[in-house]
Design a protein around this ligand. Structure first.
Ligand code: CMP
Length: 149
C-alpha cells in the first residue's frame, strides 16, 4: 500500500467541487486516512513549493495556494501515488485528458484545481509537512477485501 498527499486547491473549494473530487477517489477504492480544511500561510506555501523556488511562476504558485482555504488529505491504496496522478491529469489543464479531474473540471493556466505527490519520496515529505502522525488514522474497511484482494 502507498500513501499520497492530495490538495484540493482554492479554486476547487471555491467552485464547490470538493465532494465530486472526493467521490472519484473513494469510488476508485482509495482510502482517506487523513483530511482537513486549511488556510495556508506563506510559510507553509513556501515549504510545500520549495522545489519551485526561483522559477518564474513561483510567486504566483505561493499566492494561489494561500488565496483561500484548501482541502488536504492523505489517500492510501495500491500504487496510490501513480493512480492518483493519473486521475488528476496533466499539469496544464487545457492538455489534461477528458476523464481526468483536470480534464473534466479545469481549463486555464494556474487554475489546475488539485495537487498530488509525484513520487514516494515527495509523498513522504509532503505528508510529514501537512500532517502530524497522530492526525493520520489507518483503519480497516469492510469493502477493502473486495477492492484489494
Ligand atoms: P502542482 O501539482 O501543485 O505542483 C507544482 C505546480 O507548479 C503545478 O501544480 C503547477 O500549478 C505549477 N507549474 C508547473 N509548471 C508550471 C509552469 N511552467 N508555469 C506555471 N505553473 C507551473
Amino acid at each position: 500500500m502507498q500513501r499520497t498527499l492530495v490538495i484540493i486547491k482554492p479554486d476547487g473549494v471555491q467552485r464547490a467541487l470538493v465532494g465530486k473530487i472526493l467521490a472519484r477517489f473513494e469510488e476508485r477504492g482509495l482510502k482517506i486516512v487523513a483530511m482537513k480544511l486549511a488556510q495556508v500561510d506563506r510559510d507553509l506555501a513556501e515549504k510545500h513549493y520549495a522545489v519551485h523556488q526561483g522559477k518564474f511562476f513561483y510567486e504566483g504558485l505561493v499566492n494561489y495556494i494561500s488565496a483561500s482555504p484548501v482541502v488536504v488529505m492523505v489517500l492510501e491504496g495500491h500504487e496510490a501515488i501513480g493512480v492518483v496522478r493519473a486521475m488528476v491529469g496533466a499539469t496544464r489543464p487545457w492538455e489534461a485528458a477528458a476523464g481526468t479531474i483536470r480534464g473534466d473540471y479545469a481549463l486555464m493556466g494556474l487554475r489546475n484545481l488539485i495537487h498530488a505527490s509525484d513520487s514516494p519520496e515527495t509523498a513522504a515529505n509532503e505528508i510529514a509537512l501537512w500532517f502530524t502522525t497522530d492526525q493520520i488514522h489507518p483503519y480497516a474497511r469492510e469493502m477493502d477485501r473486495w477492492v484489494n484482494e
